[in-house]
Ligand binder design. Structure first.
Ligand code: ZN
Length: 249
């Protein structure tokens, strides 16, 4: 018997009472668990195995790669009730979970990634009113785990670390400094855009929702990030497709 802590990324039921639960865990990376009787009214594991839950599971772990570990008991730590969520929030959390599922491997342990997902999910659960920026914060910083981290530290042209950037190169996803651009930036939106990206790249997840943001700036960041995930990371999910449509403008 072993204990795993993790996030329920998916939950499929087949043949009435058999379920397959996909979990991104701290101890084992991505794992699939086989469970029986979750549909039963009296099942003690009903809530801990719902999609969008963080739970602690006691499992019968198999070392045989051909077989699947079996769920014994699950204890819900916290979760999100999708019935009380807006459609946009549903798309954000769905995308976050899909991105984690599609870019994680079975048995590949990554504590830094687990902690990042945990911080973002906790912030998402606790802040009903700041979920769009939390989503963007996740999508920007998760790029590090798929080898596509943006360089938001040095200037694209002179390679220097400067504290005054005035432009953003869309193709290279990198800032250009005041010295290289040779003209002052009079575009207030560009200034806010740069500030917001810089803030997202260093702030802690829990701090993200309390700031005030310019909605046009967030929409622009969303558009570039969705484009990055579709075209560079190569992830095209239904929710990324929906979020790419620019329906927030
Ligand atoms: Zn420069």
């Amino acid at each position: 018997m072993s204990i795993v802590n993790g996030f329920v990324l998916n939950n499929f039921t087949f043949e009435d009472n058999k379920s397959l639960i996909s979990v991104f865990s701290k101890e084992n990376g991505l794992i699939n668990l086989y469970a029986l009787g979750l549909q039963n009214e009296k099942s003690k594991n009903k809530y801990s195995t719902l999609k969008f839950s963080k739970s602690e599971f006691e499992i019968f772990q198999t070392k045989d790669p051909e077989k699947m570990s079996k769920l014994k008991t699950g204890k819900l730590i916290y979760g999100i009730d999708i019935s009380t969520m807006t459609y946009e929030d549903y798309l954000y959390i769905t995308t976050i979970f899909q991105v984690v599922e599609k870019t994680s491997n079975f048995g590949e342990v990554n504590i830094r990634k687990y902690k990042f997902v945990n911080d973002v999910f906790l912030a998402f659960v606790n802040h009903k009113d700041g979920r769009f920026p939390i989503f963007l914060y996740f999508m920007l910083n998760y790029l590090d785990f798929v080898g596509r981290k943006w360089n938001l530290v040095t200037c694209l042209k002179c390679n220097k670390r400067v504290n005054k950037f005035v432009d953003f190169n869309l193709k290279e996803r990198q800032f250009i400094c005041f010295g290289c651009e040779k003209k002052p930036n009079e575009d207030l939106k560009m200034e806010l855009f740069i500030k917001t990206l810089e803030y997202f790249s260093f702030a802690k997840a829990g701090k993200i929702p309390v700031e005030t943001y310019d909605s046009q700036v967030l929409v622009k960041i969303n558009r570039i990030l969705m484009d990055e995930y579709k075209n560079e990371v190569g992830l095209m999910t239904t929710s990324i497709g929906e979020l790419s449509k620019g329906r927030f403008i």
